[in-house]
Design a protein around this ligand. Structure first.
Ligand code: ASP
Length: 344
């Protein structure tokens, strides 16, 4: 049996940080230090190699250029490795996971993203366990030798989640991530228990296609009771913005007053793509349930069903990045591209 070959891509985040002696603040450090702190990794009988960002970053500084760098590393090493582990800060991990799920089309190998709440050098760190479990998941194979996980996923503490279904739920807990609208891909306890029903199944074996161009002419528009017409219009008319994720109430509702619907209609008629995503952490948009959501649908706002806000904004960047027209973007928003939403 050949040893599993795993590539670790280290981008930064708390997992690799150490305390600055002068300021007491946590700062990214380099990868050699990180592995030195996890001698147990050497107990895994794997062939592990690593690549790191030239300057590891706090994930609050992540942007589409970094996503492209990660995607290019996966592409360049795709044939040579069985799986990939991306070490990443938790703050924007769900955005990176969502973006990569779109950029890495026809992914048939595991891309497991993990990090930690406490630096790996600290006594009570969660980083050691997360790194080791992520490596084991990246190396896991089915009875026929195919990779168990064939998608971008987030491993954190006790669960493996689909990347584009995940949200950071806690700034404190070790179980920091959750998919509020999708089951876990695996539960981690004494063993790693995969959930075959939830894991991505590909209909055909197609070659990996990496598309890294992301168009950032997008924004969130968060509704709240008391929003005024001038604030709404100002946001809808933000210069250079082509796509808007509108964060709505409940099952996709908005104020039903004519000034609201008219402003939204004008924006859609003017070529803006607006995706309706609920502010609720659980459940999704049901365009026909209430007048508010029905009105939005009737003026051309697209239902995001149960998509997360992280997947919604990165999907918009990805689709506009392909150079598609607003109509074409709308068409692709209505269907799942990488298991990011359930229609219904
Ligand atoms: N600020 C850190 C980051 O996202 C937090 C973490 O890694 O948990 O990079």
């Amino acid at each position: 049996m050949n040893k599993p070959k795993i590539l670790i891509i280290y981008t930064g985040g708390t997992i690799g940080m150490i305390e600055n002696q002068e300021t007491g603040a946590l700062e990214p450090f380099n990868f050699d230090h990180l592995i030195d702190n996890v001698p147990k990794v050497k107990m895994l009988d794997y062939d592990i190699q690593n690549i790191q960002f030239a300057s590891p970053i706090d994930s609050s500084d992540m942007n589409p250029t970094h996503w492209a760098e990660i995607a290019h590393h996966v592409e360049a090493n795709y044939e040579a490795f069985d799986g990939f582990v991306v070490l990443h800060g938790t703050d924007t991990m769900a955005y990176t996971a969502s973006a990569l799920s779109f950029m890495l089309e026809n992914l048939h190998k595991p891309v497991i993203i993990t990090g930690s709440q406490l630096p790996i050098g600290e006594v009570r760190t969660d980083g050691e366990e997360n790194l080791i479990t992520a490596l084991q998941i990246a190396a896991a194979v089915n009875a026929d030798g195919s990779p168990t996980v064939q998608e971008v996923a987030i491993l954190f503490e006790n669960y493996l989640w689909r990347g584009n279904r995940s949200t950071k739920m806690s700034a404190d807990n070790f179980n920091a991530f959750k998919s509020n609208n999708y089951p876990s891909l695996a539960k981690i306890g004494l063993g790693i228990h995969f959930n075959p029903d939830a894991l991505m199944k590909h209909e055909a074996m197609r070659p990996l296609q990496v598309r890294c161009n992301m168009d950032t002419s997008v924004m969130f528009l968060d509704l709240y009771p008391g929003i005024t017409e001038s604030t709404l219009r100002h946001q809808l008319n933000t210069p250079g913005v082509k796509g808007i994720v509108m964060m709505t109430f409940g099952a996709g509702n908005s104020p039903t007053e004519p000034w609201f619907i008219n402003a939204v209609k004008e924006a859609v008629d003017g070529g803006k793509v607006i995706l309706n995503v609920t502010q609720c952490v659980n459940g999704g948009v049901h365009a026909k349930r209430y007048v508010g959501s029905d009105r939005l649908a009737s003026v051309g706002v697209i239902s995001g069903y149960d998509i997360t806000s992280e997947a919604a904004i990165t999907k918009l960047m990805y689709l506009f990045g392909l150079g598609l027209s607003p109509e074409e973007v709308g068409e692709y928003l209505r269907k799942p591209l990488a298991g990011e939403m359930t229609i219904g």
